[in-house]
Ligand binder design. Structure first.
Ligand SMILES: [Zn+2]
Length: 213
């Protein structure tokens, strides 16, 4: 029981911290209004980097802890949504980018947030992103498959891919997705996940606000 309570408190603390930092980074990245007057934010949400996630029991519908952890995932995504709105976002797209793509509890999201669900979909973890967006955020991200220190470290599929590389260099999902966003001119301004994943992303993407879960 104690463990359960302390985990909930920890997830809440992570969510608050995530919201504050995401809002600050969006504000500093977009101090002025865009020509259209819109502020569009894209939020890609994975699950392995959500606070407390360690085992497969938490990561899929057959696991006994899945229902709790998809709620944790939802709460961290909601913190990012709240932060984006607080910082002036007028349009928000959230992509459910883990497992079957049907993890987020959609009824808990504000009605004006668009949610990308399930597969197959063009753009994968960044489906729906285009050049009209002002910023992208990553929530619940994890380390790459070539990094043995990360929690649940893999790149897209541990069953099928021993390495994913861009221009010969092994990349993380975050780095790959940031390159995809970069092709549209959309900056990634924030990421949350385990400490190893955040260190990887910072070392590769440079100046990036992060929250360690
Ligand atoms: Zn995942």
């Amino acid at each position: 029981m104690f463990l359960r309570i302390s985990k909930s408190v920890r997830v809440l603390a992570v969510a608050c911290c995530l919201a504050a930092i995401a809002a600050a980074s969006f504000r500093s990245a977009h101090a002025g209004a865009t020509p259209s007057g819109k502020h569009k934010v894209y939020i890609s949400v994975d699950m392995e980097g959500v606070a407390g996630t360690v085992t497969a029991d938490q990561l899929g519908p057959t696991g006994f802890e899945y229902e709790r952890f998809r709620r944790f995932m939802t709460n961290e995504a909601l913190a990012a949504v709240q932060a984006a709105k607080h910082a002036g976002a007028t349009e928000i797209v959230v992509s459910d980018s883990h497992g079957n793509g049907e993890n987020l509890l959609i009824e808990l999201f504000p009605a004006d947030v668009k949610i990308v669900r399930s597969w197959p979909r063009h753009g994968s973890m960044m489906a729906g992103l285009d050049a009209s967006f002002d910023a992208a955020l990553f929530v619940g991200y994890h380390a790459s498959t070539t990094n043995p220190h990360g929690v649940r470290a893999h790149t897209f599929s541990s069953a099928h891919l021993a390495k994913v590389a861009l221009n010969g260099d092994a990349v993380t999902e975050g780095e790959f997705n940031a390159a995809y966003a970069g092709a549209f001119g959309v900056p990634v301004i924030f990421a949350s996940g385990d400490d190893v994943a955040m260190a990887e992303l910072k070392s590769r993407l440079g100046n990036l606000e992060t929250v360690e879960t």
